[in-house]
Ligand binder design. Structure first.
Ligand SMILES: NC(=O)c1ccc[n+]([C@@H]2O[C@H](COP(=O)([O-])OP(=O)(O)OC[C@H]3O[C@@H](n4cnc5c(N)ncnc54)[C@H](O)[C@@H]3O)[C@@H](O)[C@H]2O)c1
Length: 327
């Protein structure tokens, strides 16, 4: 019998890319779901992402900055996947205070609320590889210094730090997963706010050239189902409590230019244009990055299963069917 049957699970950012994929999987596993999302138009929340979920899934359109609604929402839940976040690095530089309110301040109020109303709830926090900044060595493991290069990275680092602290001091069972670049169905493709991959998909589907800045940068990419699996396994296993783990991709390390070429091949058509990095982006670019996620693999036995080409094919198939809701 699945661990998740009748478990009360709350997902902040539940209408977003990763949150909604998690919701679809958890609904199949029999969990009782509450999704919290502010649906601010510039972020990745999209009601289309929730199409096909059972009718008993509750969507609460509220903001995690609102402490009063959090009290009611968090009471009685067994597990929280804490994914609500401002994800754009550029927006975090243009409007640093909003990024701080959501990725830092609101994270502290979520944990304070848990401490008062539900200290036994298991929490999995979506952290990010961005907090490492420009790597000193590759692959980057969890011992690598954290030295974010943008406001978003600093605030996510604080958000993660609060989760670890609330475990260490108050014994709240938290675990943080530092996700690498994640892609798949239900991601935002309207613009590059969530990931450049989104805008590349949009370009291909709109018969425009993919713009590759630089192109030599190495990256790893994780298919969203693999990330969802890592989150579920981390939540089920008490050995992850108080810990921080990297979550990497299937193991293929690829330059951005080669990625663009693979995308054109998988999509079946398209053109690529190589451009110099714009100055404002160059300042916050992290250069090459790929993860070592050996620690998570050896702790809970998680293994990513979806190779890049297959993941891209599944992603294109999804948007071919319902792109009007995303463009
Ligand atoms: N996608 C990636 O490659 C990636 C990589 C590393 C970390 N992450 C982290 O994973 C989490 C989910 O990212 P995603 O890619 O699904 O992005 P997303 O933008 O699709 O999801 C975030 C969701 O949070 C919601 N949200 C934002 N601010 C909110 C607020 N104040 N109150 C309530 N809801 C709010 C948004 O509406 C959105 O639905 C984020 O915390 C992000 O930092 C993502």
């Amino acid at each position: 019998m699945s661990f998740w049957i009748d478990k009360k699970v709350i997902i902040t950012g539940g209408a977003g890319f990763i949150g909604s994929n998690l919701a679809h999987r958890l609904a199949k596993e029999g969990a009782k779901l509450t999704l919290v999302d502010s649906l601010i138009p510039e972020y990745g929340g999209n009601l289309q992402n929730l199409q096909g979920l059972p009718s008993d899934v509750r969507l609460n359109i509220s903001d995690v900055r609102d402490r009063y609604s959090l009290r009611c929402l968090l009471k009685g839940q067994d597990v929280m996947f804490n994914l609500a976040g401002q994800t754009s690095h550029m927006d975090s530089m243009a409007d640093p205070f909003t990024d701080m309110e959501i990725n830092c301040h609101a994270q502290l109020s979520i944990l304070e609320t848990c401490r008062h109303v539900n200290p036994d709830m298991t929490i999995v926090f979506a952290s990010t590889r961005q907090i490492y900044g420009r790597p000193d060595y590759l692959p980057v493991d969890e011992k690598h210094p954290v030295r974010p290069v943008d406001v978003n990275g600093v605030n996510k680092m604080a958000g993660e730090g609060y989760h670890t602290l609330y475990h260490d001091v108050y014994n709240i069972p938290t675990c943080s997963l530092r996700l690498t670049n994640t892609y798949g169905p239900r991601m935002r493709i309207k613009d590059a706010r969530q990931t450049f991959l989104g805008v590349w998909i949009r370009s291909l589907m709109s018969k425009k050239k993919i713009e590759v800045w630089g192109g030599a940068q190495l990256r790893d990419f994780a298919y969203v189902d693999d990330v969802v699996e890592a989150m579920l396994m981390a939540a089920c296993d008490s050995r992850t409590c108080g810990r921080v783990y990297n979550v990497g991709g299937f193991g293929e390390i690829i330059s951005l230019l080669d990625l663009a070429r693979v995308m054109v091949r998988v999509y079946g058509e398209g053109e690529i244009e190589i451009r110099d990095f714009p100055d404002d982006r160059k300042k916050i670019d992290i250069g090459d990055y790929y993860s070592s996620d050996e620690a998570l693999r050896s702790c809970i036995g998680w293994v990513p299963r979806v190779p890049l080409e297959r993941g891209l094919r599944l992603t294109f198939d999804y948007y071919q069917k319902c792109k009007e809701h995303y463009l």
